[in-house]
Design a binder for this molecule. Structure first.
Ligand code: SF4
Length: 447
């Protein structure tokens, strides 16, 4: 049962020293009760308080780390059912399934290494390789795992076998990478837990349905092991949505400890479009690891964008710093464009200016991360503010002209801007960024 803020407060030092970043111990206690802070932020908490409050301040879904080093993947620690309630915390990981009987293990593993893309300023990738012991032979499995690790050293590894001997053989090659062992079932649970404990790895607990998984998880926790990932064996979209949602609800709303762990989902399907749909369901409905049979770019681009959108804090618009950005080898006669600092706006405009091959200056104005029309409607992208920004930016010392290109959506500002920026010519650019290449090329040709 979750503790109230007042109950938690009774166990804090009550010195109001502010070292935790909160003005009073009571304010900190309220944050702890809301699962928006952790007890380790209070350096003066007594051992007795830590013991008492430790469990109460733990997130309802345990955090699990797969892999080691700076590329390790942290999943779990979610605190809400719906993203708009607060935010989703740790983005799910994608894993490429490779069979130990495949003839192109290195090439597939390398495709994981090469999967990184950049979207709105963030580097995104497929993080994991799930090696399956399809041969049934431990030595073949261990050799396949070694090949995958050599070809993709930065990828996390999932050891997909229910044979403890195969896990033991593979661990000789990857124990330092802290793989996810996948996994334990009712028949092998003791051996798998011992291997996971020995190697310091996390462990998938697999059974058919929620009740069976919960029973097995309780057994594993009873053995003193908690680094658990759940697999309810749901492979159809209806089962996935129902079971994953029930698990999340049970963990968050009912405090069911046996289900307070991240979920692994196998979206693998022979039809690539069905697989894409299954993976999308898994990403949207609470899976923390999604296993795919194929990471062709057309699939991963959509999934990575979906994941990025869901795991972006909805209360904080993604934004870039206010600055005059030089695009290409912009010189003093290069055109000057202005836009807002909403990340998506910035990267789309930047991309299209780059596509034009016309070196340019891009003035990105602080509008609290709002897009052009929203910022204009909110009074943050007005003629007076744009003029002030341009005058204070120092751009006049870098260019030999006084022409400013404004977004077509705020054409209405052109007259007022010419009043606010005496001596400047205000040119209305296109409404949509994809028209910028033609616009800039025509402009340069006409000059
Ligand atoms: Fe209270 Fe600890 Fe925060 Fe200090 S750091 S205000 S003692 S909760």
């Amino acid at each position: 049962m979750a503790l109230s803020g007042v109950e938690i407060f009774k166990h804090l030092p009550k010195t109001n020293c502010k070292k935790c970043g909160h003005p009073t111990c009571l304010a900190f206690a309220m944050k702890l009760a809301a699962k928006q802070a952790t007890l380790d932020a209070c350096p003066d908490a007594s051992e007795e308080a830590k013991a008492f409050l430790g469990a109460a301040s733990e997130p309802p879904i345990k955090g699990i780390t797969i892999g080691a080093g700076d590329k390790a993947l942290k999943v779990g620690e979610e605190t809400v059912l719906f993203r708009h309630e607060k935010k989703f915390v740790n983005p799910c990981g994608f894993a490429l399934a490779i069979k130990d009987t495949d003839s192109d293990i290195e090439a597939k593993a390398k495709s994981v290494s090469d999967s990184e893309i950049e979207r709105v300023g963030q580097k995104l990738r497929v993080e994991l390789i799930a090696v399956e012991n399809a041969s049934g032979d431990p030595a073949t499995f261990a050799a396949a795992v070694a090949k995958a690790v050599a070809a993709a050293p930065s990828a996390g590894i999932i050891l997909e076998t229910e044979n403890p001997a195969a896990v033991e053989a593979a661990l000789t090659h990857v124990s330092s990478k802290k793989p996810l062992i996948c996994g334990a079932n009712a028949d092998n649970v003791e051996a798998m837990v011992n291997l996971a404990k020995y190697a310091g790895c996390s462990l998938v607990v697999r059974a058919d349905g929620i009740d069976a998984v919960a029973q097995l998880t309780e057994k594993v926790v009873g053995m003193g092991f908690k680094d658990i990932v759940l697999d309810t064996s749901a492979r159809k979209p209806k089962d996935m949505v129902e079971q994953y949602t029930q698990i999340r609800r049970a963990a968050l709303k009912k405090g069911v400890k046996a289900l307070g762990f991240p979920i692994i989902s196998f979206a693998v399907n022979e039809d690539p479009f069905v697989e894409q749909a299954l993976a999308s369901v898994a990403v949207a409905k609470y899976a923390s690891v999604v296993v795919l049979s194929d990471i062709s770019q057309w699939k991963t681009l959509g999934l990575i964008a979906l994941r990025q959108n869901l795991y972006t804090d909805p209360q904080v618009p993604m934004q870039v710093s206010q600055n005059i950005y030089k695009v290409g080898d912009a010189k003093e006669d290069a055109p000057l464009l202005v836009t807002t600092n909403f990340s998506l706006t910035y990267f789309i405009v930047l991309g299209e200016v780059e596509n034009s091959k016309v070196p340019s200056w891009l003035a990105v104005m602080e509008t609290e991360g709002l897009s052009v029309l929203t910022a204009w409607a909110a009074g943050k992208f007005t003629a007076a503010k744009i003029a002030q920004y341009i005058q204070e930016s120092g751009i006049e010392g870098k260019i030999s002209h006084k022409e400013l290109i404004i977004p077509g959506y705020v054409a209405v500002l052109s007259g007022a801007l010419e009043d606010k920026l005496p001596g400047w010519k205000i040119t209305v650019g296109p409404r949509e960024a994809n028209a910028l290449p033609a616009f800039l090329k025509n402009k340069t040709a006409a000059a």
